[in-house]
Design a protein around this ligand. Structure first.
Ligand code: 78N
Ligand code: GLN
Length: 486
């Protein structure tokens, strides 16, 4: 194509297809997550599974971690076997069946089946749909960043609308809510299939780095062996009580840290990595750690703060009856409203625009502050009386100020700082910071109870503030290691 396409807000028409596919995928994901936490710990008489509350919060985090960890598998499958377009399609199918499994009233077994389907499906869909966005633009097309901003709007539009709809249905029946999430993913799949040929053309249809027949044989043998080994270990460990939920949480906690560490070691030691690229990788380490800290707090918005909304907040407020699930719409709402403001602000600041390490440290200062703010109601009013919901609104707002310093630059920073030979894994690498964050969250949520909430919010928020200040001081040094990347 020598003439750049301009079918969607001055962008390639393919962005229309990807925008709505991801809109509906996020609609189903965040709709499901907005009520899942309550579904797990609400009593059976209220339509829930009646689980222990701490266990439910821990499962939410493990689930969130696995969803981003599986991006490694999804990215690899797209790169070497399916191509991104097919990976998105198969992912959407798995996700839809995952939500259908939750829509069927029934057992805890269906709940775990659903988790497996959604983890694998999101791993296939999410990193790859984002990769295709980048593929829509030629190397030198300066619309790419704007394209990603429009796409990010789609993500957050889905995340905004879903909790309002699904959260309202939760009072009728949790399963109806999950059913709507399934319908959303179905609509997304239909739109993807119907418009991809016309809008996406060949984007995403080729396999970037296909396996040779010999590699294929080897890889499939290893995958087969791996499945057998895992099955044998489960068959021995579960009945004998070695693989309890607690060991599983610990295992994911270790993987959450081990996998990114191994990525760094492999990239750093690779013969294909140049010395300039090694320096950039060193610069990326503190940014990655900051990203883990930031997402740990941001993702607690759907676990700890969701619990706070349910248990500690006045839900009959200003003549309204508020569903606790509706608070999940606040983060995406503030992102939609404020993203253009931040884009304007950075341009306005011109030469004084903070650099990447400074933006990451700002993100940590804001996320830390968002937790300090939410300990204030207990400080002033104790933990016996219900809290004005505007405190939660303020906390979500402050966290979004941080998100807008980190999230829009995070992916492009990863692209620029990761060695060229590993470019196919950039998306997975960036998502691994969210995976690590939630693996850590699964460990720390057990320290949260209303009685300990001040210490909890103070410690986690304080850790973020301290890291933020350290990063701010290191920023010039990190910028130096980045060797000209801005
Ligand atoms: O195949 C058509 C394609 O080539 C070009 O289509 C367009 O340019 C249509 C532009 C539609 C703009 C819609 C954008 C945002 C509206 C968001 C509303 C979401 C509501 C229930 C979802
Ligand atoms: N809320 C955003 C999304 O769903 C970012 C999430 C993340 O990167 N952890 O894409």
């Amino acid at each position: 194509d020598s003439v750049p396409q301009k079918g969607f807000f001055g962008h390639p028409k393919g962005l229309f297809t990807l925008f709505f596919t991801e809109f509906w995928e996020r609609f189903s994901y965040y709709g499901m997550r907005a009520i899942l936490v309550y579904y797990m710990y609400y009593e059976v008489s209220k339509g829930g599974l009646g689980m222990d509350q701490t266990l439910a919060l821990s499962i939410m985090s493990i689930y969130g971690s696995l969803v981003y960890m599986s991006g490694i598998i999804g990215g690899w499958l797209a790169d070497r076997i399916f191509g991104t377009s097919k990976a998105v399609f198969y992912g959407g199918i798995l996700i839809m069946f995952g939500h259908i499994a939750l829509a069927i009233p029934g057992s805890i077994a269906l709940f775990f089946v659903s988790m497996v389907l959604i983890v694998l499906g999101t791993g296939l869909l999410k990193p790859n749909v984002s990769t295709v966005v980048g593929d829509l633009y030629a190397e030198n097309d300066n619309r790419r960043d704007a394209g990603f901003s429009i796409f990010y709007m789609g993500i957050n539009l889905g995340g905004f609308i879903a909790p309002l709809i699904v959260g309202s249905l939760m009072g009728v029946s949790f399963h109806l809510g999950f059913g709507i999430a399934a319908v959303g993913m179905f609509v997304g799949l239909v739109m993807f299939v119907l418009t991809k040929k016309k809008n996406l053309g060949l984007a995403g249809t080729t396999v970037a780095n296909p396996l040779s027949p010999a590699e294929r044989k080897k890889v499939f043998t290893y995958i087969g062996l791996g499945i057998v080994v895992i099955a044998v270990i489960c068959a021995i460990a579960i009945p004998n009580g070695y693989l309890t939920f607690e060991t599983f949480v610990n295992l994911i906690g270790i993987l959450g840290i081990l996998i990114p560490t191994m990525y760094f070691i492999v990239m750093y030691r690779s013969k294909k990595t140049t010395s300039v690229e090694r320096s950039r990788l060193i610069a990326y380490i503190p940014l990655f750690i900051a990203s883990v800290m930031f997402w740990a707090i941001q993702e607690q918005g759907s676990t700890i703060l969701a619990n706070y909304a349910d248990k500690r907040t006045q839900l009959d407020f200003a003549g309204l009856h508020i569903s606790p699930a509706w608070f999940q719409s606040l983060n995406p709402l503030f992102v939609i409203i404020l993203a253009p403001v931040f884009a304007w602000l950075w341009v306005k600041l011109g030469k004084r625009e903070p650099n990447i390490p400074q933006k990451f440290s700002l993100a940590l200062l804001f996320s830390g502050l968002s937790f300090i703010v939410i300990l204030l109601p207990a400080y002033f009013g104790g933990t016996d009386s219900l809290v004005n919901p505007l405190w939660l609104v303020l906390s979500y707002l402050i966290c979004v100020l941080g998100e807008l310093c980190l999230s829009p630059v995070g992916l492009s920073a990863t692209t620029k700082l990761a060695p060229a030979a590993f470019s196919a894994q950039t998306m997975s690498l960036w998502f691994l910071s969210s995976a690590a964050a939630q693996a850590i969250n699964a460990q720390i949520v057990k320290f949260y109870t209303p009685e300990t909430e001040m210490v909890y919010f103070g410690t986690v928020g304080g850790a973020s503030l301290v890291l933020g200040f350290i990063l701010l001081m290191l920023a010039p040094k990190i910028q130096g290691f980045m060797k000209g990347i801005r």
